[in-house]
Write a protein that binds this ligand. Structure first.
Ligand code: NI
Length: 179
């Protein structure tokens, strides 16, 4: 079922989500299925449970190709329960981010370039990975949602935050977001 995506301003996006306690709970499967359906319907590259009002440490992300980020390299499709993050470098890089909870906008966000992350998979196994670049950015963006942080809070130069069609008048990104 496609769920409503909460938008910035909704206090439910600012909560620190709670760990999932029973990963075999059938209700969890249903939430994950809804998250994929909702993310795909919105052309998203990631979605965190708090964005659909579910206060759990649960996120999905990944794609082969994505029209909202046409230049981004593929990121493996991943469901993570109770994820963790370790930053591997103090070096940051700037990248444009959008968020399904902040529709129509983009901002330039500095993020650590290389990370180590992991969590519990749907089948109960555990995952650990190293990632860099856009992959690392997507993970960190979704992980932030679990701690009640939205990307505009990470922007250092607020002149690099705005509406997609105003920032990138020659791209077709704005039409995609409006769909
Ligand atoms: Ni987001």
């Amino acid at each position: 079922m496609i769920r409503e995506i909460l938008r910035m301003g909704d206090p439910r996006l600012l909560r620190v989500a709670k760990p999932v306690e029973d990963i075999h709970d059938p209700a969890l499967r249903a939430i994950i299925a809804d998250m994929y359906e909702t993310m795909h319907a919105a052309n998203g590259v990631g979605l965190a449970a708090p964005q659909i009002g579910v206060e759990l440490r649960l996120m999905i992300f990944g794609f082969d190709a994505n029209p909202r980020y046409p230049d981004a390299p593929p990121v493996p499709v991943t469901t993570l329960i109770n994820p963790w993050l370790e930053v591997l470098t103090v070096e940051t890089e700037d990248g444009w981010e959008g968020c399904l909870s902040v529709p129509g906008m983009r901002g330039l966000v500095p993020r650590p370039r290389r990370i180590h992350y992991g969590g519990i998979l749907e089948d109960g196994g555990s995952l650990t990975r190293e990632a860099e670049g856009f992959h690392a950015r997507v993970f960190q963006h979704e992980f932030d949602h679990l701690n009640g942080v939205l990307y505009p809070q990470r922007i250092r130069d607020m002149t690099k935050f705005g509406f997609i069609d105003a920032l990138f008048p020659d791209s077709n990104l704005a039409t995609l977001e409006a769909e």
